[in-house]
Each structure stands twice: as structure tokens, then as C-alpha cells.
Design a protein around this ligand. Structure first.
Ligand SMILES: [Zn+2]
Length: 347
């Protein structure tokens, strides 16, 4: 029999053996038998020099082609066997007790955020997600911040590199508050609106016991034909009683914020002391939990909403304060401490 006839026989035998291999060790044996250092194909290739020159080239080509097809067949079978093999070792005792995983849990501020989402969703609000990288246009110009307002300085806001000489939409920043997102959302539609837009905000300040560079805020806006202050107050009452499961006394005082006119400080009665006065409420019995008020006409104009036809009401909820009230926690720093002894109480 010629060398080429031998190769044909080898090919037939090898391919059927590979296809029939029942385990990975069997397959490795076949690999060694045909393609290993002393394997059949390797030997044929090594001995090419002993052949007559006219036969050498043809046999060499066929042997190399066979080597490639056997390599591919072995790889294919290896994948099939690996897929079908159980990942559990044969000597694994499934009746032995496992290693328990510690229970995780949501941070109390996250829990509060979700509870607020639920309360607002039940009132027909949508949850809007604005971008964390915003611009001077949205976060200052559109919100009626005067050109020389200190918040526009780099000591208060993180301006992106290369923005020093730019203005408006080209001057990018990490949003220092959420309110710019309300303008974006209003530009995307037509009134009436009811939406909340929770998220992380950034302040360029030195961190200390009561200051963080990044923290969460929660804002809501409703815009309709007629939104009297009493509607804003009713909204606050409804949300607070949904979150706390009871009626919570609320009061509104005048306050100044550039994006509202008039502006309100909205206080809730301190639930730690029930209004009697304690260290959390600094002995006054009330706690500032949110600024709010009707959008300033300039803000409405920036958002493309005609303030002669539409009215609105903003509220900006202090999540930290609400969580302190919910659990009677008297130190806000605990929430940002990452201390598991504190946090694991809320899981
Ligand atoms: Zn109190």
C-alpha cells in the first residue's frame, strides 16, 4: 500500500475514534496517538525525507491537511465533552451544609428614595433621570441664577476641564443640584407635567463631618393650568403621610431661591420630639425638609412654557432629613460613615 493509502486509512480511523471519544482523558490519548511527538501523523511528516522526491510533496500536503482536520475535530469534541460534563466534581457531597452568605440590604437613604418614588408614582408622577454632566446653561442660566452668583464659581461647582473660557451650553459641569433637569424635561414635552427627578449631585467643597462632595437629592415638579400654593402644600402633606404612614404637621415660611417666585421653606414637625424641641430640630420643634415654590417666570421661559397660561410648584426634598425623622437618628454623619454596625440595622 502506498503512503497516501495509509494516510486515508489513518484519517478514517482517527476521525471515527475522535467522534466516539467518551471523555476528555480518552480524547487526550487520541491526540497523543495521532498528533503527539511520536504520533502517527508527526511520524509521517518527519519521515518525508525518506520518500522519493516525486511522492514527497503530495504526501506532505496531505499529511498537513490531515493534521489540520484532526486538530479541528479534537477541538470540536473537546468542547462537546466540556459542555456536557457536570461542573460538580464526582466526590462532591451535596448533603453537607453550605457556607451562608451575609444578608445585604438597601441603604436607608435608598430605601427612602424608593418609598418616595412609590408615593409620587401613585399620584401620577413620572420618574425622570437627568444627566449628571450638565452645563451652565441648564444649571444656572435657565434657573435665573444671576451672572455673578457665587455658585457659578469654581470653588462651589466642578467645571469640566477646558470650560474656563466657555459659556452657557458649552460650559460643562457636574450638576450641583437637580433643578436643571426639570428644564430639560419640560423642553421635551408640553404641559401639564408631573414628574420627579431624583439623583446624585456634586459640590466642590472640602469634606468634613457635615459636608459631602456627592450626595442625593430628590425633586418634584408639577405644572398645570392652575397650581395654587395650597396644592403644593397638599402635595407635601400627601407625600409625607405616605412615607411616614401618618399625618405629619407641615408649615411653609418665606425663603429665597433663584428658581422659584415666591420661594418657600417647607418645614415638618420634628417627629423625634413630636414638636417639643430636641437636639435634632435644634430645640425649635420643626425641621426644614424642603425648599419649594412656583417656578420663576424666567425658568418657565427657559423651559419653553408660557407662564401666563401655566403655573407650577417645585419641591426639593432633603432625603437625609426624612430618614433621620423616620428612624429617630440624631446625627446625619452616620448615614455617610459606611459603618456597618449602623447600616446593618436597616436591612
Ligand atoms: Zn425635635
Amino acid at each position: 500500500m502506498s503512503m497516501r493509502g495509509d494516510l486515508l486509512t489513518i484519517a478514517t480511523d482517527a476521525l471515527s475514534a475522535i467522534a466516539a471519544a467518551g471523555s476528555l482523558p480518552d480524547l487526550e490519548q487520541l491526540h497523543a496517538r495521532y498528533l503527539g511527538k511520536k504520533g502517527t501523523i508527526t511520524t509521517v511528516l518527519k519521515n518525508l525525507t525518506t520518500l522519493a522526491p516525486e511522492e514527497r510533496s503530495a504526501v506532505g500536503q496531505e499529511a498537513n491537511a490531515l493534521k489540520a482536520s484532526l486538530t479541528a475535530a479534537i477541538e470540536l469534541r473537546r468542547e462537546q465533552l466540556s459542555d456536557s460534563e457536570s461542573p460538580i466534581p464526582a466526590d462532591f457531597d451535596v448533603t453537607r451544609p453550605g457556607i451562608g452568605m451575609p444578608d445585604g440590604g438597601l441603604h436607608p437613604i435608598t430605601q427612602m428614595r424608593y418609598d418616595l418614588d412609590d408615593a409620587f408614582l401613585s399620584l401620577g408622577f413620572e420618574v425622570y433621570d437627568g444627566p449628571e454632566i450638565s452645563s451652565e446653561l441648564y444649571d444656572f442660566d435657565s434657573l435665573n441664577f444671576p451672572a455673578d452668583h457665587p455658585a457659578r464659581e469654581s470653588m462651589d461647582t466642578y467645571w469640566l476641564e477646558g470650560c474656563d473660557t466657555r459659556k452657557g451650553a458649552q460650559r460643562k459641569c457636574l450638576r450641583p443640584h437637580l433643578t436643571g433637569g426639570s428644564v430639560r424635561r419640560m423642553q421635551q414635552g408640553t404641559p401639564p407635567f408631573r414628574f420627579v427627578y431624583p439623583g446624585r449631585v456634586y459640590r466642590n467643597e472640602t469634606t468634613d463631618a457635615s459636608h459631602e462632595r456627592a450626595f442625593f437629592q430628590y425633586e418634584a415638579l408639577m405644572v398645570d393650568r392652575s397650581v395654587p400654593f395650597s396644592a403644593g402644600r397638599l402635595l407635601v402633606n400627601t407625600i409625607l403621610s405616605a412615607v411616614f404612614g401618618r399625618d405629619v404637621p407641615v408649615r411653609m415660611r418665606a425663603g429665597f431661591f433663584p428658581f422659584v417666585e415666591p420661594g418657600f421653606e417647607i418645614d415638618m414637625q420634628c417627629l423625634v420630639c413630636e414638636g417639643k424641641g430636641c437636639s435634632v430640630c435644634k430645640r425649635v420643634g420643626w425641621l426644614e425638609v424642603m425648599p419649594g415654590g412656583p417656578p420663576h417666570p424666567e425658568v418657565m421661559r427657559a423651559a419653553g412654557v408660557d407662564s401666563r397660561e401655566w403655573e407650577g410648584f417645585y419641591i426639593n426634598i432633603g432625603l437625609d432629613r426624612l430618614v433621620m425623622m423616620r428612624y429617630g437618628v440624631n446625627d446625619v454623619r452616620l448615614f455617610h460613615s459606611g459603618d456597618l454596625r449602623f447600616l446593618s440595622q436597616f436591612t
